[in-house]
Design a protein around this ligand. Structure first.
Ligand code: ZN
Length: 107
């Protein structure tokens, strides 16, 4: 295979070898991953589902890619998930309040 057929690899990924490919953080691909996204949960939700709700990207056990994230990315995920969850809950509450105000002809 010629070099032209090889996909472009960002510089950071050149540190990744076949040996550590499954141990690298799935998110930042810099740090070693320590948290298995299928074993760990956040508020009783598997991290793989939390990642999907924040990114709309599927992480599956059979995709052949790393299934671990690092502690730094875990903190980012907690913040993202908290924001997304709060926003969605508030959206429902605001829309309900809006309906009430509209029905009372306040708006
Ligand atoms: Zn990371």
């Amino acid at each position: 295979m010629s070099e032209i057929d090889e996909p472009a690899v960002p510089t950071v990924m050149k540190e990744i070898t076949y040996d550590n490919f499954s141990k690298i953080c799935r998110s930042c691909i810099i740090n070693r991953g320590e948290i298995d996204v299928f074993e760990a949960h956040m508020q009783n939700v598997p991290l793989s589902n939390v990642i999907f709700s924040c990114t709309n990207e599927l992480v599956t056990k059979t995709d052949g890619l790393s299934r671990v994230i690092c502690n730094i990315c875990m903190k980012l995920l907690i913040n993202s998930y908290t924001f997304v969850k709060t926003f969605k809950e508030s959206q429902v509450n605001l829309m309900n309040m809006h309906k009430v105000f509209k029905n009372k002809n306040i708006l």
